[in-house]
Design a binder for this molecule. Sequence first.
Ligand SMILES: [Zn+2]
Length: 233
Amino acid sequence: MSESLDLFRLQKLDTRIDEIDRRLKEIDLALNDNQRVKRAQKKYKSAQNKAKEIRIKLHLIEDKVEAQKLKRKTTQNVLFSGKVKNPKELEDLQMESDALKRYIARLEDEQLEAMIENEAAEEAENEARKNLEQAKGTTAEENAELLGEQDKLEKDLDRLILEKKAVLGSIPPGNLSLYKKLRKAKHGTAVAAVSDGGCSVCGQALTPADLQAVRASNALVYCPSCGRILYGG
Ligand SMILES: [Zn+2]
């Protein structure tokens, strides 16, 4: 009885240890994966660059408008100063002033377009910055949760390893090497409990003679279908 009981205990511990190992690996991967933040950072950077580009464009147009307005003002000052008397010269100045006026109007249209573009780009930049902050916050929250789980699992693991050491001390070496071989061959599960008169792993129904042998447990009994060591409970 106690031989299969100890193996069953060992199996339960190993199964739990395997589960924890798997989960700890998953957590490790998740903690090192900050795709969400990286994506948001990339989008923010590109929104920032675009906004900067448009800001520069807007400033260039504003400077141009200012320069042309100044030029026109100078022309008009000369025109209305009364110093120029020659009609041809006056006509030329008037034409120049009109041409400048048209040019300024065109530039001001461009300026207005650039202002609208600039506003949209700044809005997009703000939006992208908010998204980045949000992504960072969400990731930090998730990481805090994962770190908490990791901490708990590591403590569980320490305890389970101690328990396993204690169980190992009571298992004969022959049984242990058998167990290890079976565990390797049977996807980690070497020992199957009997439940409802059958093997709880593969479902094979057991004959009354098998069931009795498991209960009597003078020797290890194997599932006739999957070959695992049976434990009667
Ligand atoms: Zn079985």
